[in-house]
Ligand binder design. Structure first.
Ligand code: HGY
Ligand code: MN
Ligand code: MN
Length: 416
């Protein structure tokens, strides 16, 4: 690297980073909040993509788009070879905050701008990426783009995935003009490090600034459709009903009892419920709902899946209903590369920040990159542990701390 300022003393510009976050959050802004809604491959997502790709190009990065719409911007190094990569996602959930995913991508651009402003040419190339459909909320599974990027799912299979609102991934990618041609699976980076808000309460409760993330818990998503018989809500005696709405409600209550019985860190969520015909005076014909189960321990996660399946079968049978289940996502727990976790932890300490080694409760693109290269993550605090909520907030000092740890981690990985 060539520079005036010693590399270890380089620091990001928090005002510039905040401006990038504000500019992106203005796209799909949720009225009266700081949050934004940009479901994957919607017009809002396209607008966000266009903004970030333009910023990549303004920074002189070599930008490529692949067949699933992932965008990668590369800064040349003094040597060739695989880049040290950072990145995350810019798609959001419907009740999105401005930091989830967006921080990791825009802090990556801030790292590039900081190095360029200091006249630094990194030893290894550096790359900043945004991956398609990390949320998986419109097109399951989550982390779809990074899963295809690392060869975890064939592109053809991913393009056929139907969204909860109808169109396929392929059709939407073409519609928004992000059906790129860069080869898939992609060549593995030299290393990958992702900055992300914690999205939970741990750092704030512990009064710690930085999380050196050791891994990601296992994730199990399924969609359950229970079919019974629509009937009149007034005239049908209870003994004659085959009510899928009751089965869905019983399952929602069972999931809460199940995860409390298993205990932390097991979690369970019924996030989406759709009755048909969804009318006040009709015993539903069918009920479709999703079950999200997670645990850091694969064996216990499988136990929770088994116990739920048993309850569902028994309850549906007793109610005279039939059941169809569809797996939406299933990822085992991931352990990050201890050497990269050490670099994150040491970087935080060198910057004078308190730091805690901790697992991630949320899924992240890093858990996919971990399949192909040494990978870790940097967490910053989430106020009140809130996320997937427009009230999501991370204080500027924490954003700055996280982005500086990302900068120093990338410099260390680039120099090594
Ligand atoms: O669901 C998750 O953990 C992530 O937000 N996709
Ligand atoms: Mn995220
Ligand atoms: Mn998210």
């Amino acid at each position: 690297m060539t520079t005036g300022t010693p590399l270890g003393e380089l620091r990001i510009d928090i005002d510039r980073l905040q401006q990038r976050l504000a500019d992106l959050a203005a796209i799909g802004a949720i009225e009266g909040t700081e949050g934004c809604a940009r479901l994957a491959l919607t017009d809002e997502d396209k607008e966000g993509r266009d903004l970030v790709v333009a910023q990549m190009r303004d920074l002189g990065l070599q930008v490529t788009i692949d067949g699933i719409g992932n965008a990668v911007g590369v800064m040349a190094g003094q040597t060739d070879g695989p880049p040290v990569m950072t990145g995350s996602h810019i798609d959001t959930v419907r009740t999105g905050g401005r930091y989830d995913g967006n921080l990791g991508v825009l802090a990556g651009l801030e790292v590039i701008e900081t190095l360029k402003s200091a006249g630094v040419t990194p030893k290894r190339p550096l790359a900043v990426a945004f991956f398609t459909d990390e949320e998986g909320a419109r097109f399951p599974p989550d982390m779809l783009g990074s899963l295809v990027f690392v060869g975890g799912m064939p592109l053809e299979e991913a393009l056929e995935i139907e969204g909860i609102d109808g169109p396929t991934v392929g059709a939407e990618l073409t519609r928004i003009g992000y059906d790129g041609s860069a080869p898939l699976p992609a060549a593995p980076p030299h290393a990958f490090v992702e900055l992300h808000i914690e999205q939970g309460p741990v750092l704030e409760v512990e009064g710690i600034t930085i999380g050196a993330v050791t891994g990601v818990q296992g994730i199990s998503w399924q969609e359950v459709t229970v079919t019974g018989q629509s009937n009149h809500a007034g005239t049908t005696p209870m003994g004659m009903r085959r009510d899928p709405g009751y089965v869905a409600a019983a399952c929602a209550s069972f999931v809460r009892d199940l995860v409390l019985d298993i205990g932390d860190p097991q979690v369970g969520t019924i996030g989406r419920v759709e009755f048909h015909p969804n009318l006040v005076n009709v015993v539903p014909a069918s009920a479709t709902f999703t079950v999200d189960l997670r645990n850091t321990d694969e064996t216990v996660l499988q136990e929770s899946e088994r116990r739920f399946a048993d309850f569902l079968a028994k309850t549906a049978e007793a109610e005279g209903c039939s059941v169809e289940t569809r797996e939406l996502a299933r990822f085992e727990p991931v352990i990050f590369d201890p050497a990269v976790v050490d670099i994150v932890e040491q970087g935080a300490k060198d910057l004078g920040h308190t730091v805690l080694r901790m697992p991630s409760g949320a899924g992240h693109d890093a858990q996919m990159l971990a399949r192909v290269c040494p990978t870790a993550m940097v967490f910053t605090q989430s106020k009140n542990g809130l996320s997937h909520n427009p009230l999501e907030y991370t204080a500027p000092a924490d954003l700055e701390a996280g982005a500086n740890v990302l900068l120093q981690t990338m410099i260390t990985l680039s120099e090594a």
